[in-house]
Write a protein that binds this ligand. Structure first.
Ligand code: SAH
Length: 349
Protein backbone atom coordinates (compact mmCIF):
# COMPACT_ATOMS: atom_id res chain seq x y z
CA UNK A 1 0.00 0.00 0.00
CA UNK A 2 1.68 3.17 -1.23
CA UNK A 3 -0.27 5.40 1.13
CA UNK A 4 1.93 8.40 0.38
CA UNK A 5 1.28 7.98 -3.34
CA UNK A 6 -2.47 7.77 -2.73
CA UNK A 7 -2.39 10.98 -0.68
CA UNK A 8 -0.37 12.75 -3.37
CA UNK A 9 -2.97 11.71 -5.94
CA UNK A 10 -5.85 13.06 -3.88
CA UNK A 11 -4.08 16.42 -3.78
CA UNK A 12 -3.44 16.27 -7.51
CA UNK A 13 -7.11 15.54 -8.14
CA UNK A 14 -7.99 18.64 -6.14
CA UNK A 15 -9.75 16.73 -3.38
CA UNK A 16 -10.30 18.71 -0.15
CA UNK A 17 -7.88 17.97 2.66
CA UNK A 18 -10.45 16.16 4.80
CA UNK A 19 -10.36 13.47 2.12
CA UNK A 20 -6.72 12.66 2.90
CA UNK A 21 -7.63 12.57 6.58
CA UNK A 22 -10.33 10.02 5.76
CA UNK A 23 -7.91 7.91 3.74
CA UNK A 24 -5.29 8.00 6.50
CA UNK A 25 -7.91 7.10 9.07
CA UNK A 26 -9.34 4.27 6.99
CA UNK A 27 -5.98 2.71 6.16
CA UNK A 28 -4.01 3.14 9.38
CA UNK A 29 -6.61 3.33 12.17
CA UNK A 30 -9.63 1.37 10.92
CA UNK A 31 -7.20 -0.98 9.14
CA UNK A 32 -9.38 -1.41 6.08
CA UNK A 33 -8.37 -4.20 3.73
CA UNK A 34 -9.60 -2.63 0.48
CA UNK A 35 -10.54 0.80 -0.89
CA UNK A 36 -14.15 -0.30 -0.72
CA UNK A 37 -13.88 -0.64 3.02
CA UNK A 38 -12.91 3.01 3.40
CA UNK A 39 -16.59 3.78 3.61
CA UNK A 40 -16.26 7.47 4.46
CA UNK A 41 -15.19 8.12 0.85
CA UNK A 42 -17.69 8.67 -1.91
CA UNK A 43 -18.34 5.72 -4.18
CA UNK A 44 -16.82 7.48 -7.16
CA UNK A 45 -13.66 8.40 -5.30
CA UNK A 46 -13.26 4.82 -4.12
CA UNK A 47 -13.59 3.67 -7.71
CA UNK A 48 -10.90 6.14 -8.83
CA UNK A 49 -8.56 4.95 -6.11
CA UNK A 50 -9.15 1.31 -7.02
CA UNK A 51 -8.02 2.16 -10.55
CA UNK A 52 -5.01 4.23 -9.53
CA UNK A 53 -3.45 2.69 -6.40
CA UNK A 54 -3.50 -1.02 -5.57
CA UNK A 55 -4.65 -1.32 -1.98
CA UNK A 56 -2.59 -4.43 -1.33
CA UNK A 57 0.59 -5.29 -3.19
CA UNK A 58 1.44 -8.32 -1.11
CA UNK A 59 -0.39 -11.62 -1.20
CA UNK A 60 -0.31 -13.79 1.88
CA UNK A 61 0.83 -17.35 1.25
CA UNK A 62 0.96 -18.78 4.71
CA UNK A 63 0.63 -17.99 8.42
CA UNK A 64 2.27 -19.98 11.20
CA UNK A 65 1.56 -19.64 14.90
CA UNK A 66 4.11 -20.50 17.56
CA UNK A 67 3.39 -21.89 21.01
CA UNK A 68 4.84 -18.69 22.48
CA UNK A 69 2.33 -16.48 20.65
CA UNK A 70 4.65 -15.45 17.82
CA UNK A 71 3.00 -15.29 14.41
CA UNK A 72 4.91 -15.53 11.16
CA UNK A 73 3.40 -14.58 7.82
CA UNK A 74 4.82 -15.39 4.43
CA UNK A 75 3.97 -12.95 1.68
CA UNK A 76 4.62 -12.69 -2.02
CA UNK A 77 5.10 -9.46 -3.94
CA UNK A 78 3.07 -8.83 -7.11
CA UNK A 79 6.08 -10.06 -9.13
CA UNK A 80 6.34 -13.19 -6.96
CA UNK A 81 9.22 -12.43 -4.58
CA UNK A 82 8.77 -14.08 -1.18
CA UNK A 83 9.26 -12.38 2.18
CA UNK A 84 8.40 -13.01 5.80
CA UNK A 85 7.10 -10.89 8.66
CA UNK A 86 7.04 -11.82 12.34
CA UNK A 87 4.72 -10.51 15.05
CA UNK A 88 5.96 -11.03 18.60
CA UNK A 89 4.20 -10.63 21.92
CA UNK A 90 5.85 -9.88 25.22
CA UNK A 91 2.95 -9.63 27.64
CA UNK A 92 0.80 -6.76 26.46
CA UNK A 93 3.48 -5.47 24.14
CA UNK A 94 3.52 -6.21 20.43
CA UNK A 95 6.56 -5.89 18.21
CA UNK A 96 6.63 -6.52 14.51
CA UNK A 97 9.79 -7.55 12.71
CA UNK A 98 9.55 -6.49 9.07
CA UNK A 99 11.63 -7.37 6.01
CA UNK A 100 13.25 -4.65 3.92
CA UNK A 101 14.27 -6.99 1.09
CA UNK A 102 13.23 -10.33 -0.31
CA UNK A 103 16.38 -12.27 0.59
CA UNK A 104 19.71 -10.56 1.26
CA UNK A 105 22.99 -10.06 -0.56
CA UNK A 106 25.31 -10.07 2.45
CA UNK A 107 25.64 -13.82 2.98
CA UNK A 108 26.50 -13.79 6.71
CA UNK A 109 27.54 -17.37 7.37
CA UNK A 110 25.13 -18.00 10.28
CA UNK A 111 22.01 -16.51 8.71
CA UNK A 112 19.35 -18.42 6.79
CA UNK A 113 18.31 -15.33 4.82
CA UNK A 114 21.93 -14.84 3.77
CA UNK A 115 21.95 -18.31 2.27
CA UNK A 116 19.03 -17.53 -0.04
CA UNK A 117 20.69 -14.63 -1.84
CA UNK A 118 19.02 -11.39 -2.85
CA UNK A 119 15.64 -11.30 -4.57
CA UNK A 120 14.96 -7.59 -4.67
CA UNK A 121 14.48 -4.49 -2.56
CA UNK A 122 11.00 -3.95 -1.17
CA UNK A 123 9.28 -0.61 -1.63
CA UNK A 124 8.32 1.56 1.33
CA UNK A 125 4.71 0.60 0.63
CA UNK A 126 5.49 -3.12 0.71
CA UNK A 127 7.24 -2.70 4.04
CA UNK A 128 4.34 -0.59 5.33
CA UNK A 129 1.87 -3.29 4.36
CA UNK A 130 3.68 -5.72 6.68
CA UNK A 131 3.03 -3.30 9.55
CA UNK A 132 -0.65 -3.04 8.60
CA UNK A 133 -0.95 -6.84 8.61
CA UNK A 134 0.62 -7.00 12.07
CA UNK A 135 -1.67 -4.23 13.31
CA UNK A 136 -4.71 -6.24 12.18
CA UNK A 137 -3.37 -9.36 13.88
CA UNK A 138 -2.74 -7.45 17.11
CA UNK A 139 -6.19 -5.86 17.00
CA UNK A 140 -7.79 -9.30 17.36
CA UNK A 141 -6.76 -9.22 21.01
CA UNK A 142 -7.21 -5.53 21.48
CA UNK A 143 -3.50 -4.70 21.18
CA UNK A 144 -1.57 -2.18 19.15
CA UNK A 145 1.90 -2.43 17.64
CA UNK A 146 4.30 -0.64 19.98
CA UNK A 147 7.57 -1.32 18.19
CA UNK A 148 8.78 -1.98 14.69
CA UNK A 149 12.16 -3.54 14.08
CA UNK A 150 13.73 -3.73 10.64
CA UNK A 151 15.32 -7.04 11.48
CA UNK A 152 13.54 -9.38 9.11
CA UNK A 153 14.97 -10.34 5.78
CA UNK A 154 17.43 -8.02 4.15
CA UNK A 155 19.96 -5.29 4.78
CA UNK A 156 17.95 -2.10 5.33
CA UNK A 157 20.83 0.16 4.25
CA UNK A 158 21.00 -1.55 0.86
CA UNK A 159 17.51 -0.11 0.42
CA UNK A 160 17.96 3.16 2.28
CA UNK A 161 15.44 5.42 0.54
CA UNK A 162 12.53 2.99 0.68
CA UNK A 163 13.30 2.06 4.29
CA UNK A 164 13.20 5.72 5.28
CA UNK A 165 10.04 6.18 3.26
CA UNK A 166 8.54 3.36 5.30
CA UNK A 167 9.68 4.97 8.55
CA UNK A 168 7.99 8.24 7.58
CA UNK A 169 4.76 6.38 6.70
CA UNK A 170 4.78 4.58 10.05
CA UNK A 171 5.67 7.77 11.91
CA UNK A 172 3.12 10.09 10.27
CA UNK A 173 1.23 11.59 13.21
CA UNK A 174 -2.05 11.63 11.29
CA UNK A 175 -1.47 8.10 10.07
CA UNK A 176 -0.20 5.13 12.02
CA UNK A 177 1.52 7.52 14.42
CA UNK A 178 4.33 5.32 15.66
CA UNK A 179 6.99 7.30 17.54
CA UNK A 180 10.28 7.38 15.66
CA UNK A 181 12.10 6.02 18.71
CA UNK A 182 9.83 2.97 18.54
CA UNK A 183 11.34 2.07 15.17
CA UNK A 184 14.71 0.30 15.06
CA UNK A 185 16.84 -0.19 11.97
CA UNK A 186 19.36 -3.01 12.19
CA UNK A 187 22.34 -3.01 9.84
CA UNK A 188 25.17 -5.43 9.24
CA UNK A 189 27.44 -2.37 9.44
CA UNK A 190 26.86 -0.71 6.07
CA UNK A 191 28.77 2.50 6.79
CA UNK A 192 27.21 4.81 4.16
CA UNK A 193 23.78 4.03 5.64
CA UNK A 194 24.96 4.81 9.18
CA UNK A 195 26.29 8.16 7.99
CA UNK A 196 23.08 9.00 6.16
CA UNK A 197 20.94 8.07 9.15
CA UNK A 198 23.07 10.32 11.36
CA UNK A 199 21.96 13.29 9.26
CA UNK A 200 18.27 12.31 9.20
CA UNK A 201 15.81 14.44 11.19
CA UNK A 202 13.79 11.30 12.03
CA UNK A 203 15.09 9.92 15.35
CA UNK A 204 14.82 6.19 14.74
CA UNK A 205 16.97 3.74 16.68
CA UNK A 206 20.12 2.31 15.16
CA UNK A 207 21.28 -1.25 15.82
CA UNK A 208 24.49 -2.68 14.38
CA UNK A 209 25.24 -6.37 14.01
CA UNK A 210 28.84 -6.69 15.14
CA UNK A 211 29.16 -10.32 16.24
CA UNK A 212 32.92 -10.11 16.73
CA UNK A 213 35.25 -7.66 18.51
CA UNK A 214 37.94 -7.75 15.81
CA UNK A 215 38.41 -8.36 12.08
CA UNK A 216 39.53 -11.91 12.54
CA UNK A 217 36.38 -13.07 14.30
CA UNK A 218 33.94 -10.77 12.52
CA UNK A 219 35.52 -11.31 9.12
CA UNK A 220 35.02 -15.06 9.38
CA UNK A 221 31.30 -14.57 10.05
CA UNK A 222 30.36 -11.60 7.92
CA UNK A 223 31.78 -11.13 4.41
CA UNK A 224 30.73 -7.45 4.59
CA UNK A 225 33.64 -6.97 7.00
CA UNK A 226 35.97 -6.94 3.97
CA UNK A 227 34.21 -3.83 2.74
CA UNK A 228 33.69 -2.14 6.11
CA UNK A 229 35.92 -3.55 8.81
CA UNK A 230 35.53 -3.15 12.57
CA UNK A 231 37.54 0.07 12.61
CA UNK A 232 35.40 1.57 9.83
CA UNK A 233 32.18 0.60 11.59
CA UNK A 234 33.43 2.04 14.89
CA UNK A 235 34.49 5.27 13.17
CA UNK A 236 30.95 5.54 11.75
CA UNK A 237 29.54 4.93 15.23
CA UNK A 238 31.64 7.77 16.57
CA UNK A 239 30.38 10.12 13.85
CA UNK A 240 26.81 9.00 14.50
CA UNK A 241 27.18 9.66 18.22
CA UNK A 242 28.65 13.09 17.60
CA UNK A 243 25.85 14.03 15.24
CA UNK A 244 22.92 12.61 17.21
CA UNK A 245 24.03 12.03 20.81
CA UNK A 246 21.88 8.91 20.61
CA UNK A 247 22.71 5.52 21.99
CA UNK A 248 23.68 2.77 19.54
CA UNK A 249 22.57 -0.82 19.97
CA UNK A 250 25.17 -3.45 19.22
CA UNK A 251 23.94 -6.92 18.33
CA UNK A 252 26.27 -9.72 19.27
CA UNK A 253 25.36 -13.26 18.34
CA UNK A 254 26.88 -15.82 20.71
CA UNK A 255 28.30 -18.81 18.85
CA UNK A 256 29.80 -21.67 20.77
CA UNK A 257 33.59 -21.69 20.54
CA UNK A 258 33.62 -18.97 17.87
CA UNK A 259 33.14 -15.59 19.56
CA UNK A 260 31.99 -16.36 23.10
CA UNK A 261 35.27 -16.67 25.04
CA UNK A 262 36.09 -14.36 27.96
CA UNK A 263 38.76 -12.62 25.88
CA UNK A 264 36.15 -11.80 23.25
CA UNK A 265 34.03 -10.15 25.92
CA UNK A 266 37.06 -8.22 27.13
CA UNK A 267 37.96 -7.07 23.65
CA UNK A 268 34.37 -6.07 22.94
CA UNK A 269 34.25 -3.99 26.12
CA UNK A 270 37.54 -2.29 25.27
CA UNK A 271 36.45 -1.57 21.70
CA UNK A 272 33.21 0.04 22.79
CA UNK A 273 34.83 2.08 25.55
CA UNK A 274 37.47 3.33 23.14
CA UNK A 275 34.87 4.28 20.55
CA UNK A 276 32.31 6.06 22.72
CA UNK A 277 32.23 5.51 26.48
CA UNK A 278 28.65 4.92 27.57
CA UNK A 279 27.46 5.18 24.01
CA UNK A 280 26.34 1.63 23.45
CA UNK A 281 23.91 -0.99 24.60
CA UNK A 282 24.88 -4.56 23.72
CA UNK A 283 22.13 -7.00 22.80
CA UNK A 284 23.46 -10.51 23.14
CA UNK A 285 21.61 -12.94 20.90
CA UNK A 286 21.54 -16.68 21.33
CA UNK A 287 22.11 -18.43 18.01
CA UNK A 288 19.01 -19.94 16.45
CA UNK A 289 19.67 -23.07 14.44
CA UNK A 290 19.88 -22.72 10.65
CA UNK A 291 21.45 -25.02 8.07
CA UNK A 292 24.84 -23.53 9.02
CA UNK A 293 27.31 -25.45 11.11
CA UNK A 294 27.21 -23.51 14.40
CA UNK A 295 25.97 -24.21 17.88
CA UNK A 296 24.50 -21.83 20.41
CA UNK A 297 26.75 -20.91 23.33
CA UNK A 298 26.02 -22.87 26.49
CA UNK A 299 24.43 -20.98 29.43
CA UNK A 300 27.62 -21.03 31.54
CA UNK A 301 29.60 -19.35 28.73
CA UNK A 302 26.87 -16.80 28.26
CA UNK A 303 26.93 -16.14 32.01
CA UNK A 304 30.68 -15.52 32.01
CA UNK A 305 30.44 -13.29 28.95
CA UNK A 306 27.74 -11.21 30.61
CA UNK A 307 29.66 -10.99 33.88
CA UNK A 308 32.64 -9.51 32.04
CA UNK A 309 30.48 -6.90 30.30
CA UNK A 310 28.90 -6.14 33.67
CA UNK A 311 32.27 -5.67 35.35
CA UNK A 312 33.50 -3.48 32.51
CA UNK A 313 30.34 -1.38 32.78
CA UNK A 314 28.97 -2.16 29.35
CA UNK A 315 25.19 -1.92 29.31
CA UNK A 316 23.80 -5.13 27.94
CA UNK A 317 20.88 -7.53 27.77
CA UNK A 318 20.23 -11.01 26.47
CA UNK A 319 17.67 -11.17 23.71
CA UNK A 320 15.24 -14.03 24.04
CA UNK A 321 14.36 -15.05 20.53
CA UNK A 322 10.74 -15.91 19.90
CA UNK A 323 9.08 -18.36 17.58
CA UNK A 324 11.89 -20.88 17.16
CA UNK A 325 9.41 -23.72 16.71
CA UNK A 326 8.11 -22.13 13.51
CA UNK A 327 11.51 -20.89 12.24
CA UNK A 328 10.49 -17.33 13.01
CA UNK A 329 13.42 -16.44 15.27
CA UNK A 330 16.31 -14.09 14.38
CA UNK A 331 18.16 -15.34 11.36
CA UNK A 332 15.72 -18.09 10.51
CA UNK A 333 13.72 -16.31 7.85
CA UNK A 334 14.27 -17.91 4.47
CA UNK A 335 12.29 -18.89 1.47
CA UNK A 336 13.71 -21.06 -1.25
CA UNK A 337 13.76 -20.27 -4.92
CA UNK A 338 14.68 -16.57 -4.96
CA UNK A 339 17.76 -16.98 -7.13
CA UNK A 340 15.81 -19.04 -9.66
CA UNK A 341 13.05 -16.46 -9.72
CA UNK A 342 15.51 -13.68 -10.39
CA UNK A 343 17.26 -15.43 -13.24
CA UNK A 344 13.91 -16.37 -14.79
CA UNK A 345 12.81 -12.75 -14.63
CA UNK A 346 16.08 -11.55 -16.08
CA UNK A 347 15.73 -14.00 -18.94
CA UNK A 348 12.16 -12.87 -19.56
CA UNK A 349 13.35 -9.25 -19.89
N1 SAH B 1 20.81 -7.23 7.86
C1 SAH B 1 20.50 -6.63 9.11
C2 SAH B 1 19.13 -7.00 9.69
C3 SAH B 1 18.62 -8.41 9.59
S1 SAH B 1 19.11 -9.65 10.72
C4 SAH B 1 21.57 -6.95 10.12
O1 SAH B 1 22.48 -7.68 9.81
O2 SAH B 1 21.53 -6.40 11.21
C5 SAH B 1 18.61 -9.30 12.33
C6 SAH B 1 19.59 -9.87 13.37
O3 SAH B 1 19.52 -11.32 13.45
C7 SAH B 1 21.03 -9.55 13.02
O4 SAH B 1 21.71 -9.12 14.15
C8 SAH B 1 21.55 -10.90 12.56
O5 SAH B 1 22.93 -10.98 12.63
C9 SAH B 1 20.83 -11.83 13.51
N2 SAH B 1 20.89 -13.23 13.09
C10 SAH B 1 21.13 -13.74 11.87
N3 SAH B 1 21.15 -15.08 11.88
C11 SAH B 1 20.91 -15.45 13.16
C12 SAH B 1 20.75 -16.70 13.82
N4 SAH B 1 20.86 -17.84 13.15
N5 SAH B 1 20.48 -16.71 15.14
C13 SAH B 1 20.33 -15.53 15.82
N6 SAH B 1 20.45 -14.33 15.25
C14 SAH B 1 20.73 -14.28 13.94
Amino acid sequence: MQLDAALALLAEWGEPSYRSAQVRQGVTRDLATSWDEVSTLSKSLRARLVEAVPFAELTMDDVQRSKDGTVKARFRTADDFPLETVLMRHGERRTVCVSSQSGCALACTFCATGAMGLGRNLTGGEIFEQLLWAAREARVDGARIGNVVLMGMGEPFHNYDEVLRFCRLANDAEGYGLAARSIAISTAGWVPGIDRLAAEPLQVKLAISLHGPDDEVRGALMPVNKRFDVAAVMAACRRYREATRRRIFIEYLLLDGVNDAPEHADRLARLLHETAPGGFHVNLIVYNPTAADYRASVPARIGTFRAILERRKIDHSLRQSRGRDIDAACGQLAVRGVRELRSRQRAAR
